[in-house]
Write a protein that binds this ligand. Structure first.
Ligand code: SF4
Length: 428
């Protein structure tokens, strides 16, 4: 039985959950209090059953993604499979599978050259700039690897409309024209109307607006789109539902099928683009990266107008749990994932998180990634001097690249890349 299944069996049978979890190298059991464990035994909900109010769109895409992931036997691919994938102009899922496999490791240099060529064909030497803004960090979920989880004793904060405006003014003054609004995942503390108001304020300052919030129904995505949001990013974290259950112990996020269908609901609500990510290192990173790519690929085929984006985060330490680490996803593995995404879906936007250091990010921008955040801070109220710092909420995770917009601009230009603040012009 796999470790995930053992944990889930322990949960189901009210056994010693802590003992089962201690077998999992990714879980620091010191953050599981007795109170939480008792609560889990009595209040545990089925992670595959929708809760009241959650829209079920009956999509076949999750089933297809998971079937493809489960069938993906990366050790079965050979150097000749990789060679065949590299020699093609248009690559399909089988080629993607080969490029993510261990057999592709000796081909990384060639993959990098091809990825650079593909990127030049679709994006030229441009690099899109944006920054995240955390307007709240309340969260009702218990993701045991995240600093915002509802049981982690951190400082919580939520900006009011004036503070949101101050923050956005400060960001706009740096020259940035794209913003990604994040809230943590508490519908109670940061309801859809609150997020809609933040988007409307953002529209006064920015040309492109993304949101990374708790998943909502398609009519709510439609409302947020009307307020001015262009795209939605949702991290699935892992596509292995057994592992997913063992990592997401409470809250709406626990409902695996509702989360995996979020991007499709966002497209049904009229959003222009959707972003995908697995948190690499939570589970088998090759399978998760494969599922992430397939998710974007299948949705793009179903909704040809959709703009697809991938993020490539690895696990980072969090406040009160510095034992969390990227485990077996080292820089070489991260590079392989980014290259495979670019060669599989050459037109997709690829972002590399500030979880990575300047050296890693700049290298990836130069080769295959197309979008970079600057002046990032994962705390609430981090950008404006006018927002009272004593009210500032704690950060979600440690970042490894805190360069200002000006510094990232200089560094991109030094690489011969052309920074682009916005590539959309809205008429009317
Ligand atoms: S990963 Fe997201 S949903 Fe989970 S605890 Fe962190 S902020 Fe909340």
């Amino acid at each position: 039985m796999s470790e995930d299944k053992e944990i889930n069996t322990a949960l189901k049978e009210n056994m010693d959950i802590k003992a089962a979890m201690s077998e999992d190298k990714h879980i620091n059991t010191s953050i599981l209090s007795e109170e939480i464990l008792e609560d889990l035994k009595s209040n545990r909900i089925d992670h595959m059953t929708y809760l009241p109010g959650m829209e079920d769109i009956h999509s076949d895409i999750p089933e297809r993604v998971i079937a493809a992931m489960e069938a993906y036997d990366y050790d079965s691919y050979t150097a000749s499979d990789v060679r065949a994938a590299l020699d093609k102009k248009n690559r399909g899922p089988e080629d993607f599978a080969a490029l993510l496999s261990p057999a592709a490791r000796p081909f990384l240099e060639e993959m990098a050259q091809l990825a650079r060529k593909e990127k030049m064909e679709h994006f030229g030497n441009s690099i899109n700039f944006f920054t995240p803004i955390y307007i709240a960090n309340y969260c009702a979920n218990y993701c045991i690897y995240c600093g915002f989880n509802c049981h982690n004793k951190i400082k919580r904060a939520k900006l009011n409309e004036n503070e949101i405006r101050e923050e956005m003014e400060a960001i706009a003054a740096t020259g940035l024209q794209e913003i990604l609004i994040l809230t943590g995942e508490s519908k109670q503390m940061s309801d859809v109307h609150y997020i809609g108001q933040a988007i409307k304020i953002a529209r006064e300052y920015f040309k492109v607006i993304g949101i990374e919030i708790y998943p909502v129904n398609s009519d709510e995505y439609a409302y947020l789109h009307e307020c001015g949001a262009d795209y939605v990013t949702v991290f699935q974290e892992t596509y292995n539902s057994d592992k997913y259950e063992s990592l997401h112990l409470a809250g709406n996020k626990r409902i695996f099928p509702y989360r995996i269908n979020a991007q499709e609901r966002a497209l049904m609500g009229g959003m222009r683009g959707v972003g995908f990510a697995a948190l690499l290192g939570l589970d088998d990173f090759r399978k998760d990266a494969f599922a992430t790519g397939m998710h974007g690929y299948l949705l793009q085929r179903k909704y040809p107008r959709a703009e697809i984006a991938f993020s490539c985060p690895r696990l980072r330490p969090i406040i009160n749990n510095d034992r969390i680490n990227p485990m077996d996803v080292h820089e070489t593995e991260l590079l392989q994932v980014v290259l495979a995404y670019r060669l599989f879906m050459p037109f997709a936007s690829i972002t590399v998180s500030t979880r990575e250091c300047k050296r890693v990010r700049d290298n990836l921008m130069n080769i295959a990634a197309s979008k970079i955040s600057a002046a990032s801070d994962t705390g609430v109220g981090a950008h404006s001097e006018k927002v009272d710092k004593k009210d500032k909420g704690d950060a979600q995770f440690e970042i490894d690249d805190d360069r200002s917009v000006e510094e990232v601009l200089e560094d991109m230009r030094a690489l011969g890349l052309q920074p682009v603040m916005n590539d959309y012009v809205y008429c009317g």
